[in-house]
Structures are given as structure tokens and as C-alpha cells.
Ligand binder design. Sequence first.
Ligand code: FAD
Length: 354
Amino acid sequence: MTAHEPVDVLIIGGGQAALATAYFLRRTALSYLLLDEQPHPGGAWQHGWDSLRLFSPATWSSIAGWLMPSPGPGYPPRDAVVDYLSQYEARYQLPVIRPVHVDSVTRQGELFVVQAGSHQWRCRALVSATGTWSKPFIPDYPGSAQFAGQQLHSAHYRNPQAFAGKRVLVVGGGNSGAQILAEVSQVADTLWITPEPPAFLPDDVDGRVLFERATERWKAQQEGRVTDQPVGGLGDIVMVEPVREARERGVLVAERPFQRFTAEGVEWADGRRAAVDAVIWCTGFRPALDHLHDLGVVEADGRLAVDGTRACKQPGLWLVGYGEWTGAASATLIGVTRTARSTVNEIVDALQTT
Ligand code: FAD
């Protein structure tokens, strides 16, 4: 067992949320470290599909302190985001130790004990910024184990080549579903399954407007006002160019879910059947919080009870970047800065009084 020197603050994770939090910690007198399981910088962005692009311009997709360099016309592609996060880490000389997978966190008196294989770190305050990418969600359908075709979650989708000439079901009505459908429908017969009719944003609405709406909701919440801001969140479909092009081809027609799988495909409640070669699950993610289970704070819904980003049932623990339940737009590059800043302010106050 290798026990490392205790630090004031440990951040678990090395994606945008962790880096934004470290940016503010760097401005304090506190000692801090980041532990990230990925061998390289970039968090989940490293695993996005080949044609994945942001849905807002570079200047609207930056984390604290340094604007993302504009990579040319259109919205930044996946690799520009990975480059930006890699350069950001180097620019601020953030102390990220990788690859380190944190297995568990326990409490010993005033300190957290963070176990990663045979290594152990201890800290006074802990920030979990582990995102959701490593917890893809696939809904349970009867008969799925008997289905003879391929099944793939969007987290592991790279490009449409493998689906050429096949009959492909794309399940999920968010940005992943729409963008992957737009691409795969160019080479395969596709069927789009969404639980509700898809919510398409107007063509002129992109991430900027979504962030402005989230900010207005956040301000209203802070001021105790009710706002009539249309909710439009990350889940509503931003009409990026490939999705608009798919609309012109008449591809954006969604059906409601089937009832069960058969060996060859799927069957609806009315007995209608469709032969399917592959299913691409664009059904979202759950927060990656397995490492917190030993603290006994993960609720039945897989989240924690939080006040802002602070864990209600575990003093000294904060959660950053998991989406609306940890702060409006906190799962976006431009949105995470607000909660990263407030989290570090709370940590400084909390550690000053202990
Ligand atoms: P991550 O980027 O997932 O980073 C978490 C890090 O923690 C990872 O490196 C992970 O490996 C590591 N980790 C996890 N568990 C452990 C552990 N136990 N021990 C050690 N390390 C661990 N956002 C935008 O702002 N603009 C967009 O246009 C946009 N488009 C999107 C399109 C799609 C299809 C998707 C899926 C998301 C999009 N997002 C967008 C959201 C954004 O990509 C994610 O929310 C973002 O990656 C979350 O950042 P994070 O730092 O919270 O998590």
C-alpha cells in the first residue's frame, strides 16, 4: 500500500468540471490534487464520435479563465475540445495524476480516505467531478437477450461505417439520437424510436440560447422569482447542420417505442414487427458515483442529496458537473464555471473554520 501525503482538497476526475474547479483552487492557498482514470486529458470528450461537434461557438464553450481558441468556421469539433482541455491543464499547470481509477472513498475522522488500487490519498475536502460517460444507460426491454443483432450505446459509437447497408434502430430523442440518426441514415435503413415526440429547437437556437435560458432560470431561482423562460435544455435537439440536412431528407420521423425484442428485431403492442440488424442506444447516462458508495450517501436514484453542489449527508464533499441537479447547465463547458467557482468559495470557508 502506498499512502501519499494528505492534501487539503482532492478532485476525482479530470474533465472540464474538474479543471474548472482546479482553476479556482489554484487561486487559493489550499493544497490540491486531481486524480483522473483516463491516460490522457480531455475527459469524456476523448470518447465522442468522430463527427461530434459542440453545439455552440468556441467563445461560448470555454471554462474559467481562458477562451477556447476558435478552430475555424462552424462549431468546434470533438478534437478541438480535447486539445483545448489538454492545453488548459498545461497552461495552468494543474496537478493531475493519471491514470488513477478511484475505487472507493471512506471517512477517517476529519479526513477522507481515497483508495485507488494499492494507492491511498487523504484529504480534508473532496470534489467528485467524475461525469457520466462511464455510466451509459440502456432501458430494459423484454427479449433483449434473445435479440441476435448488434447493440451499441452512443458512448461507444464512432462512425456509421459499421452499419452500412443494415437495418438500424436509433433509440433516444436527444442530441445524440438526432445526430447519430442523421449520420447513420446516410448509409443504412434507419428507424428512430423516441419515448415522446422529439423537441426540436428553432434553427437559430444553439447552445448560446440554451445557456442564456439556463442563466435566466438560475437568476430567477436565486432571486426567488418565477420565470417564464422556455426550459429548453441539453436534452432538446439543437438543429446543427447535419440534423437540418437529415430533416430535408425526411429522416427525422420518430416512432414511439416497441414492446419487446424478437430474435430478428422488434415487435410493437399491436403485433407489428420490424426486422433489425442493429440497435444504437442514445438513451443517456447516469452519474458515475460508484466510488462514493462506501460513504453511504448515494440515493436510490443514483444521485446524492445536494444543496447546490454540497453533499447534504457528508460534510466536506462537493459534486461538480453532473447536470441540472448540481447546478443549471453545469454539464456544459460554459455552464460549469459558475458552480466550480461557488464550490471553491464554499470549500475555502469550510476549511478555514476547521
Ligand atoms: P467528463 O468529461 O466525463 O470527465 C470526468 C472524468 O472523470 C473522466 O476523465 C472520467 O474518466 C473520470 N472518472 C470517472 N470516474 C472516475 C473514477 N472513479 N476515478 C478517477 N477518474 C474517474 N457540453 C457542452 O458544453 N457543449 C456541447 O456542445 C455538448 N455537446 C454534447 C454532446 C453529446 C453527444 C454529449 C453526450 C454531451 C455533450 N455535452 C456538451 C456535455 C459534455 O460533453 C459533458 O457533460 C462533459 O464531458 C462533462 O464533463 P465532466 O468533466 O463533468 O465529465
